[in-house]
Design a protein around this ligand. Sequence first.
Ligand SMILES: Cc1cc2nc3c(=O)[nH]c(=O)nc-3n(C[C@H](O)[C@H](O)[C@H](O)COP(=O)(O)OP(=O)(O)OC[C@H]3O[C@@H](n4cnc5c(N)ncnc54)[C@H](O)[C@@H]3O)c2cc1C
Length: 482
Amino acid sequence: MSETTVTSPAPRSGSTSRKVPRIVILGGGTVGLYSARRLRRRLGNREAAIVVVDPRPYMTYAPFLPEAAAGSIDPRHVVAPHRRALKGVDVLQGKVSEIKHGERTVQVTPEEGEPYWITYDHLIVALGSVSRTLPIPGLAEQAIGFKNVEEAIAVRNHVLDRIDRASSTWDPELRRRMLTFTFVGGGFAGVEAIAEVEDMARDAVKQYSSIEADDLRFVLVEGSRRILPEVSEELGGYTLEQLRKRNIEVHLSTFLNSCVDGNVVLSDKTEFGSETIVWTAGVKANPVLANSDLPLDKLGRVICLPTLQIADADGNVVPDAYAAGDCAAVPDLLNPGSFCPPNAQHATREGNHLADNLARVLRSAEPTDYKHKNIGAVASLGMYKGVAQFLGFIKVRGPFAWFLHRTYHVYAMPTLNRKVSIIAGWTANLLWRREVVPLGSMHDPRAEFRAASVPPKPKEEPKAADQSATPAAEVKPAAAKA
Ligand SMILES: Cc1cc2nc3c(=O)[nH]c(=O)nc-3n(C[C@H](O)[C@H](O)[C@H](O)COP(=O)(O)OP(=O)(O)OC[C@H]3O[C@@H](n4cnc5c(N)ncnc54)[C@H](O)[C@@H]3O)c2cc1C
């Protein structure tokens, strides 16, 4: 793709004339949304113009993705639309493809059209992370990630669709493959995803006379010796026990070796067919950062000071540049020697802290250090099931933990409108039970129309008499020239 020399798509807030400094925020996820909102509250329109760049028109509240996949929350309600949530902020839809901080410009590649460059005075890097994958045979072709709302919807529809198809299949081997669901990665995302989806599938098969709950096979593969490293060993052990009680097969200290054509081979020699493979085995910093002149650490994260200012390897501040969230190596001052883990608890707070610091710097004050003591972790394991741990020693299990999970995340979900919609949806589900209809065809909505379409008539072959006329007409100019 060739690139244009456009220097700015002219954001609205009168910033083209640069009467006010322009702050460009790369990524409109957790850090991007929180920092943009906080900056807009702190700084008037005459103090700063704010631009957010993201290929998606919304921020996704990822902790609710497992519930969205399970149909407990309408997927539309786990996203906060930028245009609505970011009043007074310019939003550009497109992917950041290159960062030249030395020249204070970033290249934006829109979904359609040529890439262009925008200039800025201050930069916030909030590009998040992508799934960390391994070169496993068959993985790219067979598996799906679980990082965004599109994937959560696809997993839900795929699982329900397999159940639906299996109910009309006589071939026992094919049926087993369709009803075997494999999740790789036993961290928060993987455990919540498998637990929620299994709960939904168990609910769904009640509607089928030909499928029993015992026909479903859910397999969790985890490379380390335990699941949920985010909570204590005891609570992780409790969760493992709960999953196993539900007949979820958990393989610890085990790796996925291959999954070519859905034939799963694990490092403990287990082999089985599975048409559903969900990959939740960790994240890595957004790889687009490699296409920048910003200082990165060995893991590809932007190096930061505790003030969330970007710094070089010697700790010297890179002027006018800030970063936070999954894409940044932010020192954890309360655990010296380590970095803040990539989670929403830190991302929301870092976003706000970063905005406060940038506002301070713009007003010639000193930025302050980011410090946050982990308040705990909550996980939902399906309807009325959960685990929670607070302040390191308060451990809760079962329905109360599930209730705490919902309460905490509704509180943390941005925008009042989304909070109310989620609670309304949960209430409706309590009264009428959640909907478990597969809408698999929505992933190729044009298929039926394509099949019904009448192909255009082929051009009529010129008649024999005309055939002699055409070349004559074509050679005319040459003949004329001669
Ligand atoms: C399934 C799941 C469950 C989770 N559950 C929990 C939980 O229970 N508790 C918890 O604390 N944390 C949880 N997390 C982690 C948490 O959601 C993340 O740590 C947090 O969202 C990170 O925020 P961020 O702003 O760094 O990245 P994100 O919120 O991911 O935002 C990154 C943004 O950058 C955009 N972007 C990507 N590439 C480009 C590009 N080239 N140009 C421009 N924009 C780009 C993306 O579209 C996105 O909007 C969960 C994560 C997942 C996936």
